[in-house]
Write a protein that binds this ligand. Structure first.
Ligand SMILES: Cc1cc2nc3c(=O)[nH]c(=O)nc-3n(C[C@H](O)[C@H](O)[C@H](O)COP(=O)(O)OP(=O)(O)OC[C@H]3O[C@@H](n4cnc5c(N)ncnc54)[C@H](O)[C@@H]3O)c2cc1C
Length: 513
């Protein structure tokens, strides 16, 4: 048995994180009252060192993208990880900690044999995690996952970052292998859904195939907005949502015949694309109607800090400007602004936001933005659930819709558990990240406007926490260079949402240490 004497029990600080490596296994030891837990030391999502994460209430939170794991079982409690941490047997003998490097095999719960058919529409962040979760909770019936793209579910967030920049990202993609879906009898079917009749429990595909379901999950994500601009249909004007879009943008870049890029839009997709193509050495100009990038989401001071980072890397901005036309034929050669300035362009990339992909749901009530309202269990109506970018869900006493990878996956997990017969509520605080020039901004909460932004640290130095305050209460916070504080804010906001900026202070991590 590969058992190793790894430490004196007395030397492990209570609730401390102690990393060891034996037999090639990277193991995290956590003193847990009078015992010790031994789990994998690296996050299976992107390999982050979990000893730099945050331990709170039997959860270890990854310092990078904030996946959370149970320290006793290694189970994923919050995505973006989709795989559990390995767990190792521990014995304490005569004050010494003995760890076996053969991981413990955890049995999957199995429910009684089931003849029901669950259909998941959309194989993105929410859909893929829902399918996997159904098997994890022991559902033995039939699972069909319909997706119009037909790709093995992959990490979409990498497209604007590593796929476009050509840098190496360590995130796991695809989320699972084709074999995984085969082994778990999850039928991946390439099909575009064209209609759904909730009363008849029936789905119609674009090729007229009809599929009946016992329970279904809507997880069709969103479609980028294409503005009504002269020239927008030309071949060198791109949107970015999926792998094919990223490949289409890269084709002329890799041919080396397109060097000048104009990005329209100063929010997350536009700015990530700008950073990535600049990292490839292209000439990048960003056009935005706001005075500062990210102004409506992060506020002007944080926006100015991030804009300065782009400018230092050589990105040019035209701010407070609208686009009048994309000019040139057969391809666009320039972008005309509302002040008649003309920007030369070999490629134009549009980041004007997205709209929920729900056009096919004519039999369901939809909100003005195309989203579908759900209750806290992610239920739309009987036996029908919605998750991810299309779902408008209850959050802190109001209904909100967000476009966050981790939230979509959390939704997928909760919806799947409810489809399988549990009754669980989604009540986690929303969290997203953005990465530009390999630097991450973490955002916790949801602020639709604020009275004040209280900033600790300095956005110009990419080291800050910004609190967005409405009526005295912190509704959201953005952090850069402060991984453990961002993790702590998630834990604090999950616990209660009435914090004032004074209470959270300079170092939220200290509050739950
Ligand atoms: C380039 C990019 C970068 C991003 N970066 C970040 C980031 O850094 N951090 C973050 O938090 N979020 C990020 N996001 C947002 C995040 O990816 C989304 O919030 C998330 O993918 C939503 O998951 P979803 O399952 O709702 O939709 P999706 O992941 O979009 O999946 C929907 C799936 O449904 C399929 N589909 C659509 N219509 C139909 C139909 N009629 N029939 C069959 N199938 C259909 C689509 O093909 C797609 O595969 C990014 C998004 C993009 C596009």
């Amino acid at each position: 048995m590969p058992q190793h004497d790894v430490a004196a029990f007395a030397d492990l600080p209570d609730a401390g994180l102690h990393r060891i490596e034996r037999d090639g296994q990277k193991i995290l030891l956590i003193r847990d009252a009078d015992t010790v837990q031994a789990i994998g030391a690296e996050c299976p999502h992107a390999g982050a060192p979990l000893d730099e994460g945050l331990l709170h209430a039997e959860r270890i939170i990854c310092p990078w993208h904030k996946a959370a794991f149970c320290i006793r079982s290694g189970a994923v409690l919050d995505p973006p990880a989709v795989d559990p941490l390995p767990r190792y047997p521990v014995e304490i003998k005569q004050g010494r900690v003995l760890v076996d490097t053969d991981p413990i095999q955890s049995p999957t719960p199995v429910q009684p044999s089931d003849t029901r058919h669950f259909v998941i529409i959309g194989g993105g962040g929410a859909g893929a995690v829902a399918a996997q979760t159904l098997r994890e909770v022991g559902f033995t019936g039939r699972i069909t996952m319909l997706d119009q793209g037909g790709d093995v579910p992959y990490d979409r967030t990498l497209l604007s970052k590593y796929v476009l920049s050509g840098e190496e990202g360590s995130e796991k993609t695809p989320l699972q292998t084709p074999d995984f879906y085969r082994q778990h009898s999850i039928d991946r079917v390439t099909a575009q859904v064209a209609g759904l009749d909730p009363a008849a429990h029936s789905i119609t595909c674009a090729d007229s195939t009809a599929i009946s379901y016992d329970a279904a999950l809507l997880a069709t994500g969103a479609t980028p907005v294409k503005p009504d601009l002269p020239g927008v249909e030309r071949g060198n004007v791109f949107l970015l949502r999926d792998r094919r879009d990223a490949d289409a943008i890269l084709a002329p870049v890799l041919r080396q015949d397109s060097r000048r890029v104009v990005v329209l839009g100063t929010s997350f997709i536009g700015m990530e694309v700008a950073a990535s193509l600049r990292e490839r050495g292209l000439t990048v100009t960003v056009v935005g109607q706001e005075a500062t990038p990210f102004e409506t989401t992060l506020g002007p001071e944080v926006g100015r800090g991030l804009a300065a980072m782009h400018q230092e890397k050589g990105v040019s901005f035209r701010l407070g400007r609208r686009v009048k036309a994309l000019e040139g034929a057969p391809t666009v050669q320039s972008v005309r602004l509302d002040n008649d300035e003309v920007l030369s362009a070999d490629i134009v990339i549009i980041g004007f936001g997205v709209r929920p992909a729900t056009q096919f749901l004519s039999n369901l009530p939809r909100n003005e933005d195309g989203s579908v309202s759900v209750d806290a269990t992610l239920s739309v109506t009987e036996d029908l659930y919605a998750a991810g970018d299309i779902a408008r869900f209850p959050d802190n006493g109001r209904l909100i819709r967000v476009e966050h990878w981790r939230v979509a996956q959390q939704h997928g997990r909760i919806a799947a558990r409810n489809m399988a017969g549990e009754r669980v509520r989604f009540d986690a605080v929303p969290y997203f990240w953005t990465i530009q020039y390999m630097k991450r901004v973490d955002y916790v909460g949801h602020a639709e406007g604020w009275d004040a932004v209280i900033i600790h640290g300095n956005p110009q130095e990419q080291d800050f926490t910004a609190y967005y305050v409405k009526a005295g209460i912190v509704t959201a916070a953005a952090c850069m260079g402060r991984d453990r504080d961002a993790a702590a804010l998630i834990e604090l906001f999950n616990h209660r949402r009435d914090w004032t900026a004074d209470q959270l202070g300079e170092t939220p991590a200290a509050l739950i240490a």
